[in-house]
Design a protein around this ligand. Structure first.
Ligand code: NAI
Length: 258
């Protein structure tokens, strides 16, 4: 399949985990890529890796903090200046934040998590939708979480931000369907990426691998998800095949949320 021939796909959080996996998937099917992240070294590593796996891929990278509205305008403008359009947008960068009961949850931590995970997704939508509306087409996938569709505990900032991403997705899906733009969210469960590894290490130190096994024993499928499994879902949702899926929140969690 070459579902992304001549398509430009913009991905935030492209230096790691789910963003990196989605980048590989769409690049293999012909997409040109604009990868955005705070971590420029990570972006350069991912760019090199993609170029070795997909030799004719065209990639630009933009170092940016998605919680900064001006930086968002800039990454969108740079993508359009370079490629002339944006067909797909994986609005994905995010952090988990420190885990704590609500009464102990730091107010600064709350603001930081919401700034990145929710405000960042809003800024991305705002400036990319402007481009897609003028084009008359586009597809967007926002990254929510299981923690955005049910209570998980110890994650006030994360829960608030990811439930907010679900709300933004439903709202903008209603607004932009008429412009041939589909906007959906994914709600991943525990997928083994740097983020999950970091949070297991925060909880269990050197015993993080055993803690991980115990954690996934509660999942119906008894395992972590793989980033490439999320990459396949994102690629489908960004493709024309999924054009009539709009305003939806798609879990990918081994059945954890049911
Ligand atoms: P990751 O830590 O591997 O990748 C996240 C990327 O986002 C990193 O490259 C990081 O540098 C970048 N980033 C963080 N803050 C940023 C900022 N302010 N501006 C620009 N880039 C920034 O984590 P992962 O797992 O790939 O996470 C991606 C998204 O998936 C996040 O929104 C996360 O909340 C969400 N998610 C992940 C789950 C998992 O189990 N891995 C489960 C549910 C949701």
């Amino acid at each position: 399949m070459n579902r992304f021939e001549n398509n430009v796909v913009l991905i935030t959080g492209g230096a790691s985990g789910l963003g990196q996996a989605a980048a590989l998937q769409v690049a293999k099917e012909g997409a040109k890529l604009s990868l955005v992240d705070l971590n420029d070294d990570g972006l350069q590593d991912v760019k090199k890796q993609l170029e070795s796996e997909v030799p004719d891929v065209e990639i630009i990278t933009v170092e940016a903090d998605v919680s900064d509205e001006e930086a968002t305008k800039n990454y969108v403008n740079k993508t359009v200046e370079h490629f002339g359009r944006i067909d797909g947008f994986f609005n994905n960068a995010g952090i988990e934040g420190k885990q704590n009961l609500t009464e102990d949850y730091g107010s600064d931590e709350f603001r930081k998590v919401v700034d990145i995970n929710l405000n960042g997704v809003f800024y991305g939508l705002k400036y990319v939708l402007d481009v897609m509306k003028r084009q008359g087409s586009g597809s967007i996938v926002n990254t929510a979480s299981v923690g955005g569709i049910r209570g998980v505990g110890n994650q006030s900032g994360y829960a608030a931000s990811k439930h907010g991403v679900v709300g933004l997705t439903r709202n903008s899906g209603v607004e932009y369907g008429q412009y041939n733009i589909s906007i959906n969210a994914i709600a991943p469960g525990a997928i083994m990426t740097a983020m999950v590894e970091g949070s297991l290490k925060q909880m269990a130190g050197d015993n993080w691998e055993e803690a991980g096994e115990e954690f996934v024993s509660a999942n119906p499928m008894k395992r972590f998800g793989k980033p490439e499994e999320v990459g396949h879902l994102v690629a489908f949702l960004l493709s024309d095949q999924a054009n009539f899926i709009n305003g939806s929140v798609i879990p990918i969690d081994g059945g954890q949320s049911f």
